[in-house]
Design a binder for this molecule. Structure first.
Ligand code: GUN
Length: 294
């Protein structure tokens, strides 16, 4: 990749729009062939304010793309049995291709049990152990949306991953772990950093840095190898209360070749990839049901 003086900015909003536009033909084909659009059900429990914003945005995007969508908002005090009963109902509903249970759930609910109750074929978040396991084994699967969006960004800028040294900061089930597997499946050399790692030493050697740790401006510009590609998944507030990522953007952009901003970087990609997963799930389910009936 050519060295630039200042990093080029990866425009997540524009790329997300391109991904959404690319889904139009598949949605039209599903309608024409099977008489219905893809359907997504979004479940929110309780009153987490960020979750409300995310869920509203997911539903709005689904509607703009012509999907059928259902939002289920359950009260904070909902029991685990009631959440599981709702998921069972959605699993059994043929019009629902994708089920998303927004995290975090209230503390009295066991998120793992809830996520594992979702039919893996409808698990458009890619969090079910079956889908996570397929990703781990390098087999096709529904992949968690944020890491899938990051990979799409790396592809868009023509980042060569084969043999590249990629450092993923953070080991969450939502981002860090699936991200590392996606990069490994592209034959990158992958390092996963966490709270016990020497993050600076690892970042200094990295061709690609994906920061998903939730610590404001953890990654300093001076740590980066000149020309590194920097993807910032973090959404934090700095000392002044301003939105910022896990990377010190102003300093990093002087060293990196490509960098994502916060906001306007990875964030918009997550929802676009959720829509893409929903189309994939619908296509697969409808193909299976038409081969069963033909
Ligand atoms: N909470 C934060 N990110 C996500 C996500 O990608 N999916 C769900 N379901 N909950 C989240």
């Amino acid at each position: 990749m050519p060295r630039r003086m200042t990093a080029a900015i990866i425009d997540g909003k524009a790329l997300a729009a391109k991904v959404r536009a690319g889904l139009g033909a598949a949605v039209a084909e599903l309608r024409a062939k099977h008489g219905r659009p893809p359907g997504i059900a979004v479940v929110r429990v309780g009153e987490d304010p960020a979750s409300k914003v995310y869920v509203t945005s997911k539903e709005k995007t689904a509607q703009e793309l012509g999907f059928a969508s259902w939002q289920h908002h359950l009260p904070e005090t909902t029991t685990q049995a009631d959440v599981l009963a709702l998921v069972r109902r959605l699993n059994a509903d043929d019009a629902v291709d994708g089920i998303l249970v927004q995290l975090p759930l209230p503390k009295h609910l066991d998120a793992n049990v809830v996520l594992e109750s979702i039919d893996p074929a409808k698990d458009v978040d890619g969090f079910h152990a079956v889908n996570a396991g397929h990703l781990f084994q390098g087999r096709p699967s529904l992949v968690a949306c944020t890491p899938a969006g990051v990979l799409r960004m790396l592809d868009e800028i023509g980042c060569r991953l084969e043999g590249a040294r990629c450092v993923v900061i953070g080991r969450s089930n939502i981002v860090g772990r699936p991200m590392a597997m996606l990069l490994l499946n592209r034959s990158a050399t992958v390092v996963i950093c966490h709270s016990r790692s020497d993050v600076e030493a690892e970042v200094r050697r990295a061709d690609v840095v994906v920061a998903a740790v939730g610590v404001a401006k953890l990654v300093k510009g001076s740590w980066l190898k000149p020309g590194a590609v920097v993807i910032d998944v973090g959404i934090n507030r700095d000392e002044a209360g301003k939105l910022c990522g896990d990377v010190d953007f102003e300093a990093a952009k002087e060293v990196a070749s490509w960098i994502t901003p916060v906001p306007g970087g990875v964030g918009p990609m997550t929802i676009a990839m959720l829509m893409s997963n929903t189309v994939a799930a619908a296509t697969r389910r409808l193909q299976l049901s038409s081969t069963r009936t033909s």
